[in-house]
Design a protein around this ligand. Sequence first.
Ligand code: OGA
Ligand code: NI
Length: 422
Amino acid sequence: MSLHCQKSAKGDKVNTHKFKADIHQDREDSEAMAIEPPFFEKYKAILQSSANEKEKPPTVEGFEELELPLIDLSHLNLGPLERQECIEKMGQAAIEWGFFQIVNHAVPDELLNRLKQEQIKVFQQPFDKKSENNFLNLSVQSYRWGNPLATSLRNLSWSEALHISLKDISKMDEYNKLRPYWWRYFDGTSDQMPSAMAPCCCLLHLISVTVACLTQCAFEFASDRQHGLNFTLIRQHDPSTIEEYAEKANFLAQRLAEYLAQNLGIKANYFQENCSPSSSSLRMNRYPPCPYPSMMFGIIPHTDTDFLTIVSQDQVGGLQLKRNGRWVSVKPNPKALVVNIGDFYQALSNGVYKSITHRVIANQETERYSAAYFYCPTYETVIESCSKPSLYKKFSFKEYREQIQKDVKATGDKVGLSRFLL
Ligand code: OGA
Ligand code: NI
């Protein structure tokens, strides 16, 4: 345990003169097709009212840095005793912290590095391009930045994100670019037959079907028993890096959810029955350097709306969680993925596992990247506590989401599980 002070942010007080220069810079940047979202322009009124000292900013300085409980997933393969101990340790962390970190998770470093490179490529595009309606062939609102409903420094997020629903992932441009056009025709992501290809279509079809079958067989046999988990991947095409990561994260999330369920007596196939790979999502975050890090957040305090989240972060740091009423910083570990319990697991476990409020603080000099995989049920799934008497009313994911949307609109805050207390 060490006392860790985030970069001293003295001198980042909004002063009217500097602020005007910032807005000016913002305009010049956007004219030059800059990558940064126009934060200054958008938050002009909020920043101005803070410059006039009408609003007291949140204080974001000087935090204790803690290491999260470390779960070594290779212990799941050592023997029945070690396996049981590992599962119990995971459960204990979910009860006491709502957060833990996992090592030997079988997601290769090489894939995590490629994912980060992919993120850099995505976010280094000009802002105008990122905010186009079908950026990367994704649905509207996949690219998000700041907080459109921010009313004060307290609910202002200095970050941008690409939120990819797993339903859309195979339609992404990044993925399509990796494959020849004729292949897209055959696997159904394009319905236009390339005219030049027509004469050799039959032959190509035959070849492609054979290749697909062989690839599928190869993946069925491909497994990784080296770490505590065993991936069996069944695919009919070459996945993109993002798709490959999402596939592994989904596999991992389901296993973690199942291990956590064992401690509570929840039936083994609960998650298989209620979650489908397309119900979850991957959110790639970028936190640009922020000129006022002591006054605003990278992501405002929140809990996650899912069963659990798997976070891959770089070494910059900034993730904080609320522990015993105080904010503490999570010490980044290059070998580990961070796991946190979401609202649905808290409801399902009847309040035993904790969906902890967390946030990301801003950094004046260094940009930060992270990717969060949100493991969610299908919209129709009704979440009901596994023990009685229940703390919460039962609710469907759809109802929960609708309630959040209402609350965010009305109050700027999602409110969350407390809405469903009995
Ligand atoms: C999130 C989140 C944490 C991080 O995207 O919900 O909490 O470290 N991210 O970026
Ligand atoms: Ni979160």
